[in-house]
Design a protein around this ligand. Structure first.
Ligand code: 3HC
Length: 311
């Protein structure tokens, strides 16, 4: 009866085990997962746009091939995550429509423009670096299909982060102009990458419940701090600086003190008023409309095959 299934759900969560699609779950748990997984999937798909912008202008065939592989990976990440969301009883097409109507969102980070080739390096190093910090704990999330999707995604993210680091490493050791281009990209992408982890804990609407259900394993600020501590060291190896004069190692806590990102700007970008929100959604809507004939043909073919299969 009701009390038994709730007790069973709570026991599975408490024992750090997985809730699977056919298990009973509180409606709020299901809705919260649909919200997060769908927005995660939307982020992967929209995230193809800023980098896709440089596919035809990569400086060498090797860089073009690497970038092509990364952009294709992002499409795959989107598909794994839409498939994970569908196990919760939602239709992919419904999620697309919620994205296009603004009822569901995607990561703020993809609403910034990629103005030079060095941005591709900064996105790989900083944005995919932040994604790794945020996504590794999600491999231990309590919902089975989401946790399993994350395991493969995280493996591919480390290639994404590495290739971005390599682009910046090369530019930082190139001509003065190339070095300046790399530094300019890091200056522009640093704070938006910090903001990607979400609002400060005190303003996080979902964290308390998401952490109680072991969906979110660390708070927004804990992951942000982890990212800063990791990235400051790597900036040293790159020979590039981070645009924060207040950065200082605090031996007492073992962490780096840093200037917080502009959370008012984050709220504006989330509300749809970032530099590229309009462009990203218009591009997505065009792609969705242009793809209608493919979806209709696939559906017609499937229906024909189903009719033929009837004995
Ligand atoms: N961009 C857009 N919206 C954001 C956001 C961001 N960076 N950070 C928070 N928000 C939204 C939340 O969605 C929520 O709004 P909603 O109720 O309408 O959904 C509101 O701001 C309050 O934030 P909370 O902290 O309460 O929300 P969450 O508990 O969901 O935490 C999160 C936010 C940490 C992003 C969490 O949703 C999460 O871990 N999501 C999965 C990972 C993810 O989506 N990463 C995005 C990057 S995609 C990517 O990494 C691609 C890679 O290949 C580069």
């Amino acid at each position: 009866d009701g009390a038994d299934v709730e007790a069973h759900f709570a026991a599975v969560i408490a024992a750090d085990q997985k809730i699977e699609p056919r298990d009973w779950m509180p409606e709020a748990y299901r809705k919260g997962l649909v919200r997060q997984i769908a927005q995660h999937a939307h982020s992967e798909i929209i995230g193809m746009q800023p980098e896709g912008n440089w596919l035809t202008r990569a400086p060498s065939l090797a860089r073009k091939a690497i970038l092509l592989a990364k952009v294709q990976d992002e499409a795959g990440h989107g598909l794994y995550l839409y498939a994970a969301a569908e196990t919760l009883g939602v239709q992919r097409d419904e999620l697309y429509r919620m994205l296009l109507s603004g009822r569901q969102k995607y990561s703020s980070i993809f609403n910034y423009p990629t103005v030079t080739w060095a941005d591709v390096g900064a996105i790989g190093w900083l944005v995919d670096g932040a994604a790794i910090v945020n996504q590794v704990p999600l491999c231990r999330c309590s919902y089975g299909p989401y946790a399993r999707a994350m395991i493969r995604i995280c493996k591919e993210e480390s290639f994404h982060q590495r290739q971005g680091f390599d682009i910046l490493y090369t530019l930082a050791r190139g001509t003065d102009e190339q070095r300046a281009m790399a530094q300019d990209a890091v200056d522009r992408w640093w704070y938006p990458s910090l903001a990607m982890f979400g609002p400060p804990d005190a303003e996080s609407t979902h964290s308390a419940r998401s952490m109680a259900w072991k969906i979110k394993r660390f708070s927004n600020d804990e992951l942000r701090q982890k990212f800063v501590d990791m990235t400051v060291q790597q900036a040293g190896v790159l020979g590039l600086t981070l645009p924060d004069d207040a950065l200082a190692y605090d031996a007492g806590s073992g962490h780096w003190r840093y200037t917080a990102p502009d959370f008012a700007e984050l709220a504006e970008v989330i509300a749809g008023n970032g530099p590229c929100n309009r462009q990203r959604i218009d591009h997505r809507r065009r792609a969705y409309d242009d793809g209608a004939w493919v979806r209709e043909s696939a559906a017609a073919y499937a229906a024909k095959r189903a009719r033929e299969a009837v004995p």
